[in-house]
Ligand binder design. Structure first.
Ligand code: PRP
Ligand code: URA
Length: 209
């Protein structure tokens, strides 16, 4: 059964409140998304295995722990998922990066695929799928299904803001995928936008519209 992890550290809540403010400009929005993604990355990787290594401090030889070579792929859902990649790369600099292009049809609200480029051998990697917004869950569910078609078995979904509807949809369709979010908001409006939400994440990151 998948788990929902709500990463509501006070610093994340503070930064997310600034992002939600409609007067926050794209430059600040992008920087805050970078910072929150980096902090959330610590929780998404909390169960990474460690190995003992021998080192020598200026004082003596000792045995300490380091990450035991976990292979990771970051896969943003275009466009808005791109805004979470740099923060995660600051934490996981050798991760490979794939891209899945999906946009929501404005009338049906269903995801329409338009691009997919994934790293070779992705099935052997733990995948962190990124998208700031989990609204109906349609985009995340389709992206996870695509990753599974490519053999991925260890998939984690990292979002910023989720609606309860999206969380339920992913948990039902993909009970093996853990979901990491900074906040679960109240609901969706008639256009399937999250309330209170932060508006259109892609537009706010890239200054479109
Ligand atoms: C937004 C968002 C998610 C999707 C969430 O993308 O970034 O991918 O909507 O909605 P869902 O959970 O109902 O599928 P959008 O389609 O606006 O594309 P964009 O990132 O290119 O702006
Ligand atoms: N996509 C967004 O960017 N925002 C929402 O609230 C819902 C979908």
């Amino acid at each position: 059964m998948s788990q929902l992890h709500v990463i509501d550290h006070p610093m994340i809540q503070h930064k997310l409140t600034i992002m939600r403010d409609k007067n926050t400009p794209s430059k600040d929005f992008r920087e805050l998304l970078y910072e929150i993604s980096l902090i959330m990355g610590y929780e998404v990787t909390r169960d990474f295995p460690l190995k003992e290594v021998e080192i020598e401090t200026p004082m003596e030889k000792t045995t300490m722990k380091m990450i035991a070579g976990k292979k990771v792929a970051l896969v943003p859902i275009l466009r808005a998922g791109l805004g979470m990649v740099e923060g995660l790369l600051a934490l996981l600099p050798v991760a490979r990066v794939g891209h899945i292009g999906l946009y929501r049809d404005e009338s049906t609200h269903k995801p329409v695929p338009y691009y997919c480029k994934l790293p070779k051998g992705i099935s052997e990697r733990m995948v962190i799928l990124t998208d700031p917004m989990l609204a109906t869950g349609g985009s995340a569910c389709d992206a996870i299904a695509l990753l599974k078609e490519h053999g991925c078995r260890d998939i984690r979904l990292m979002c910023l803001v989720a609606a309860p509807e999206g969380v339920n949809a992913v948990m039902e369709a993909h009970p093996d995928v853990d979901i990491y979010v900074a906040a679960v908001d109240r609901t969706l409006n008639e256009d399937c936008y999250i309330l209170p939400g932060l508006g259109d994440a892609g537009d706010r990151i890239f200054g479109t519209k």
